[in-house]
Design a protein around this ligand. Structure first.
Ligand code: GRF
Length: 215
């Protein structure tokens, strides 16, 4: 069974979705540890209550980004994971860190990349007046919020939406697609080949999820 380590910074709802799918027998992975860079991250308590090993490395205790990332990598590597899952981990990672986990490091981003990399994606989508927004699971490269896409889910932007309503609609999709992407990778049904994600032919119809109200 593939081993994963999940990195969080706060609420940890995507982490919870992964734990719930594992507990439901739909995600055949060993969640070896949850690591936070913030001691107050609520997700640490959730992981602990689920019986998962937790670690906290407060980034403020390190001299700089390189020192923190080196300590983080050492902490992760103790668990020897097959995949490292960024789930609301709010840190820019050094190229050395990204290179160390090349092909094993996944992120979820609350937009349809390559639109709206970075922060405040929902407000920016509203400001642009786009009709379709969503979320993306992708492998991480040294470029921020960039890399081979595993799966995306689209939601409508509705008249009257504000940042909170749009964020909530997208978050429901995040909780669907992150466990699905991890499952495919864990089962070897999605693979990274020459910088692109190749899916089993049977998955092609599932790799683009569209919220029911868009159909
Ligand atoms: C999610 O919207 C995720 O896409 C973004 O940060 C948020 C984290 O939420 N990177 P949670 O901690 O998983 O609840």
């Amino acid at each position: 069974m593939k081993k994963i380590v999940i990195l969080i910074s706060g609420r940890g709802s995507n982490m919870e979705a992964l734990i719930a799918e594992r507990d439901g027998g739909r995600l055949p992975v060993d969640i070896a540890a949850v690591i936070s860079n913030r001691p107050a991250a609520k997700g640490l308590e959730t992981a602990d209550a689920a019986g998962i090993a937790t670690r906290c490395l407060d980034h403020q205790a390190y001299a700089g980004r390189a020192e923190f990332d080196a300590a983080l990598a050492a902490c992760i590597d103790e668990f020897a994971p097959d995949l490292v899952i960024l789930a609301g981990f709010m840190r820019i990672l050094t190229p050395d860190f990204v290179r160390h986990y090349e092909g094993r490091l996944l992120n979820i981003h609350p937009s349809l990349l390559p639109s709206f990399p970075g922060l405040h994606t929902h407000q920016r989508a509203l400001d642009e007046g786009v009709r379709i927004h969503g979320c993306t699971v992708h492998f991480v490269t040294a470029e921020l919020d960039h890399g081979p896409v595993v799966i995306q889910s689209a939601v409508p932007v509705l008249d009257g939406d504000d940042e909170a309503s749009l964020a909530a609609r997208v978050l429901r999709q995040e909780h669907r697609i992150y466990p699905q992407a991890v499952r495919w990778l864990a089962e070897g049904r999605a693979r990274l080949v020459d910088g692109r994600v190749v899916l089993d032919a049977t998955l092609v119809d599932d790799a683009v999820l569209i919220a029911p109200s868009l159909r």
